[in-house]
Design a protein around this ligand. Structure first.
Ligand SMILES: [Fe+2]
Ligand SMILES: [Fe+2]
Length: 232
């Protein structure tokens, strides 16, 4: 299973959103011929309808199917309601190959902090297995080089325990605009950087994730196409 993992597009009118970079990332993902693209939130900058319209149009250029969950920016100004109009349910399960992709909404309207909550946890209990790939916006584990730790999921401990019990092998998230990978209790937790936002101390990037017996993560720089490979 080959997954394109793109995050934190931040589509909007701010100079910090660079449309050219978003397009470049999409072009490269199309060349990779992935089975599915996972978009882990902050698709928009302010959760506004025009931004949703713009980012939807952009994502329609993907030649593979894609799934998306909202981030804290998407939930601003009641944007989580518009998210549903453009991208469907905020909690969902979709099967690609033998993998069950479970999308979680970790956003709260006008709060930057992440939260999964009892309702989604119940639904995870009834649907999860070791072939589940979990994806959400907020980070489950601290990310180094991001300053003082904040916005981590308030229920991160419960979620990690649950994933460990069900033998989940892969979690994809975003939010910090800094790419990083942790391997904890045999769960690979991969945080993608931002694909097209200047609000990052690093270069814009996205990941190509291959999951089979092993998990291979290729972090690809949007500007020069150079990659770094991590295998678990
Ligand atoms: Fe973001
Ligand atoms: Fe975020």
């Amino acid at each position: 299973m080959k997954i394109g993992h793109i995050s934190d597009i931040h589509y909007g009118k701010s100079w910090m959103f660079v449309e050219r970079k978003a397009r470049k990332a999409i072009e490269r993902i199309n060349k990779e011929e992935v089975d599915v693209v996972v978009v882990t939130g902050d698709l928009t900058d302010y959760g506004l309808r025009d931004e949703y319209k713009g980012v939807k149009k952009l994502l329609e250029e993907l030649s593979s199917p894609y799934v998306a969950v909202p981030g804290n920016h998407d939930a601003r100004h009641e944007g989580y309601k518009i998210f549903e109009e453009y991208f469907g349910e905020r909690f969902f399960i979709k099967k690609f190959g033998r993998y069950k992709f479970i999308g979680l909404d970790s956003s709260e309207p006008d709060i930057d902090e992440g939260h999964v909550g009892r309702e989604q946890i119940e639904r995870m209990h009834s649907s999860m297995d070791s072939n589940s790939v979990i994806f959400l916006h907020h980070h489950l584990l601290p990310i180094p080089n991001t300053g003082r730790e904040r916005n981590i999921l308030v229920d991160a401990g419960d979620i990690l325990k649950l994933l460990s019990e069900y033998g989940v092998k892969l979690v994809l998230n975003g939010h910090k605009h800094v790419p990083w990978v942790w391997n904890i209790n045999n769960i690979v937790v991969s945080t993608a950087g931002t694909a097209s936002c200047e609000r990052t101390p690093y270069t814009q990037s996205f990941n190509i994730v291959e999951i089979d017996k092993k998990i291979k993560i290729r972090k690809i720089n949007v500007s020069d196409g150079k990659e770094k490979i991590i295998v678990f």
